[in-house]
Every structure is written in structure tokens, then in C-alpha cells.
Write a protein that binds this ligand. Structure first.
Ligand code: GUN
Length: 288
């Protein structure tokens, strides 16, 4: 058996085209959506991510601004800038790129962003909304994974879904979204005893651990849908996921490649959240 490729790059492209249409409508009605990005310091990885985000916005007709603050920025200074952006009516979404330098507490920073502009979906209010089934912003990676699963025609109701990884940004919200879709959800992590016992039961397997090729074909149920959130470098410096693609693709029915799977979807869902934030604001001002 050979798995079908779950092509995140292609799906992301169609999502961006849809965002561009929604953006054009907003622009015609008065104002294009706006995203404010803040980068503190000059971590090379973060600099590349931020550059991608700004470019994606441009192509989708979303106005974006980039604040580049020095690595020595005091927390108070960053918080003051966020408060300004919270008050700025031309800004629909605010994104502070993580990680932050050690003198800045990421939780305090995220909690300072207005929940109405939390397009990363990292605020406690966003997490709480997800947990309780209320409207709010979904974190971009798990949101993108759900779109990929829908695209693969995954039947989630009653399915065994296993998430490997329990981060606040991916693992935990991913599990919650799968639960909302009526899957039976297991969360595995670094202390899980006999990981393979769990992964082998999964109809849907989401790997988000950050360890190169740790999920191998023998750990996968034949016919499973495998989504690889990992973004690692192997010993020879090659980009690879948490799943050993070669062995896994002989067992799975669908599998995401790395790169070209989840990565482009994460980027696309940021645009979706930003246009959504602008639409919500327009709707609430229409109602006034
Ligand atoms: N750093 C790595 N991924 C992300 C992300 O999705 N959002 C933010 N703000 N920082 C990140």
C-alpha cells in the first residue's frame, strides 16, 4: 500500500485565494484587514517566519505592519506597544512572534493582546473559548490540521484520534478540536509508556513532538491518516518531520509531507483568522 499525499501547499493556496476574495470585499466596503506583527530580537528562524507572514498578507490584500524591536527591549516597552495596537482601529490582528528574549514573559505579553485581535489564538480567553465551544480564534496549526483532515475526507465521529505532543500551541488545542469533531482522543507525550500501543490504534494520528522521524511505519495502523506537524533537521541537516515518511507512507492511507504539509496551512490559517477578525469588527460596527 502507498499513502496518498495530503498536499498542504495546494490546499493553502486555495484558502489564500478565498481569503483574498473576502479581503477585497472588506476593502470595497471601506477598509482592508490589517495585521500588526511584532518581532523582538533577530533570531534567524523567527526573522524568516515573520518575513513569510508579511509577504502572505501582501499577496492576500491584507495590510501588515512589522515592528522590529531590539533584543534588549524591556517588557514594559513591548506591553505599551501592544496596548497602542489594541486601541488602533486600523489593526484587526496582533501577532507577537515567539520565542521572546529571556527578560520578557511570554504569558504576560499574550495576555496583554486584546482577545478580539488574538489571531494566533494563544490568549487564555481564546483557549477557554475553544475548551467550552464558544466562538474565538483557533491556533493556526491545529486549525490547519482540521482543514487538512476535512480535505482527506476523514470521518472523525467515533474515530480513534491520537495526538502525540501536549504543547499549548499545538497538542492541547488539537486534541480539543478532534474531541469537538466527536473523535475519541488520546494525548501522548514524553512520559507516555509504550507510545506505539497508542499510535497503533489511531485512525487519525497527529504527530507534534519535535523529534526527527520518531514515528515509524510499524507504529501506524494500516489505513490511518497521518498528519506530521514536526519541523526538524536530521543528522545531515535535512528538513524532516516527526514521522518517518518512507516507512509510514507504506502503511497509511493519507500522509502529509514535510515540507509542504502542515507548514503552509499554518501560514494560511493566520490569514483566515485575520480576515475573520476584520469581518467580526465590521459586523459589530454594522450592528451599531
Ligand atoms: N513562533 C513559532 N510559531 C509561531 C506562531 O505560530 N506564532 C507566533 N506568534 N510565534 C511563533
Amino acid at each position: 500500500m502507498s499513502a496518498k499525499i495530503l498536499d498542504g501547499a495546494a490546499l493553502a493556496q486555495s484558502i489564500r485565494a478565498d481569503v483574498a476574495q473576502r479581503t477585497a470585499k472588506l476593502a470595497a466596503a471601506g477598509r482592508a484587514p490589517g495585521l500588526a506583527v511584532i518581532l523582538v530580537g533577530d533570531d534567524p528562524g523567527s526573522t524568516i517566519y515573520v518575513r513569510h507572514k508579511v509577504k502572505d498578507c501582501e499577496e492576500a490584500g491584507i495590510r501588515s505592519t512589522l515592528d522590529r524591536l531590539p533584543a534588549s527591549t524591556a517588557q514594559q516597552q513591548l506591553l505599551a506597544r501592544i496596548r497602542e495596537l489594541n486601541e488602533d482601529d486600523t489593526v484587526d490582528g496582533i501577532l507577537v512572534q515567539l520565542p521572546l528574549p529571556p527578560q520578557i514573559d511570554p504569558f504576560t505579553v499574550i495576555e496583554t493582546i486584546s482577545p478580539a485581535k488574538d489571531v494566533d489564538g494563544f490568549h487564555v480567553a481564546s483557549a477557554g473559548a475553544l475548551m467550552t465551544g464558544q466562538p474565538g480564534f483557533l491556533p493556526c496549526t491545529p486549525y490547519g490540521v482540521m482543514r487538512l483532515l476535512a480535505h482527506a475526507g476523514a470521518r472523525l465521529r467515533g474515530a480513534e484520534a491520537v495526538v502525540v505532543g501536549r504543547s499549548n500551541i499545538v497538542g492541547k488545542p488539537q486534541a480539543m478540536l478532534l474531541l469537538q469533531a466527536d473523535a475519541t482522543v488520546t494525548i501522548c507525550h514524553s512520559r507516555t509508556r509504550d507510545l506505539a500501543v497508542h499510535t497503533r490504534r489511531a485512525d487519525v494520528l497527529v504527530a507534534a513532538v519535535g523529534r526527527a522521524r520518531m514515528i515509524t511505519g510499524d507504529m501506524i495502523k494500516p489505513g490511518a491518516i497521518v498528519v506530521d506537524v514536526g519541523m526538524n533537521r536530521d543528522e545531515s541537516g535535512r528538513l524532516c518531520g516527526d514521522v518517518d515518511f518512507e516507512s509510514a507512507s507504506r502503511v497509511a492511507s493519507w500522509i502529509t509531507p514535510v515540507p509542504g504539509g502542515v507548514g503552509p496551512m499554518t501560514r494560511a490559517m493566520l490569514l483566515v483568522n485575520t480576515v475573520e477578525a476584520a469581518e467580526r469588527k465590521q459586523e459589530s460596527s454594522d450592528g451599531n
